[in-house]
Design a protein around this ligand. Structure first.
Ligand code: ZN
Ligand code: FE
Length: 258
């Protein structure tokens, strides 16, 4: 399975999963249809699946047009999103599985950004060596999604599940927010040398117009303040000794930052 990153809207990424043995493709969070249709035409591949992480328009905006072009496509989303995802046919829960070619994704229920958000995790196989996590707007490179429909407790539970995945997991998040996220991260975790190094790297990537997604989960664990609510230095910054409160206060500061 090859993952092709497509740009959409102002800062969204759409991920096209391509299985060249069977010449099929699946798409994660098609913000719009056009870039997906172009890539499918170039690959001469048939679209068999639409994997939605949550109902926001910048993640499902292309569903209907893609369904018109590929009437046999299956549209997946979370059970709790019933009625909110255009064309949804499969209603997934924590632990559900989605098969694509010879790979199978495990569904992880990650409420917080929305109450229904799910992530798709493809464990590593002999060919890939790394796992692939499609986490929508829950975990970002250097950050996490805003809490529109969930509580800090829910988001900490969700991020705890993602944090438990192996370090060599590729994090395919849905937006290019990394530079801004790391600018914020430095304001709450200024002494973190891994973070300082990552910020410099990302700054030079972005100055060349290069994407910073996917990132590596092992790097997120070391540098993303929204996975580090147990770190004494972060707790000190926000004057708390309680993990969820630490997370909530960092999230609150980020809401004001951008
Ligand atoms: Zn969203
Ligand atoms: Fe989004």
């Amino acid at each position: 399975m090859q993952v092709i990153r497509l740009h959409a809207l102002s800062d969204n990424y759409i991920f096209l999963l391509h299985d060249d043995t069977h010449n099929i493709a699946a798409v994660v969070d098609p913000a719009e249809a056009e870039p997906v249709l172009q890539e499918l035409a170039a690959l001469k591949a048939e679209l068999v699946g639409i994997l939605n992480t949550h109902h926001h328009h910048d993640h499902v905006g292309g569903n209907q047009q893609l369904m018109q072009q590929f009437p046999h496509v299956t549209v997946y989303g979370g059970e709790e999103d019933r009625g909110r995802i255009p064309g949804q046919q499969v209603f997934l829960q924590d632990g559900s599985r989605v098969q694509f070619g010879d790979r199978t994704a495990e569904v992880i229920f990650v409420p917080g950004h929305t109450r229904a958000h799910i992530a798709y995790y493809f464990p590593p196989n002999q060919v890939s060596g790394t796992g692939d996590l499609f986490c929508g707007d829950t975990l970002f490179a250097g950050g996490c999604g805003r809490l529109f429909e969930g509580t800090p407790t829910q988001m900490v539970d969700s991020l705890t599940k993602l944090r438990a995945l192996p370090d060599n997991t590729l994090v395919w998040c849905a937006h290019e927010y990394t530079l801004k996220n790391l600018q914020f991260a430095l304001t709450v975790d200024s002494d973190n040398t891994d973070l300082q190094r990552r910020y410099d790297e990302v700054k030079s990537y972005r100055s060349r117009g290069e994407a910073t997604v996917p990132s590596l989960l092992g790097v997120e664990k070391l540098t993303n303040p929204f996975l580090r609510w147990e770190q004494p230095s972060l707790q000190l910054t926000v004057n708390s000794n309680e993990p969820v409160q630490t997370f909530a206060r960092i999230r609150g500061l980020k809401d004001k930052f951008s």
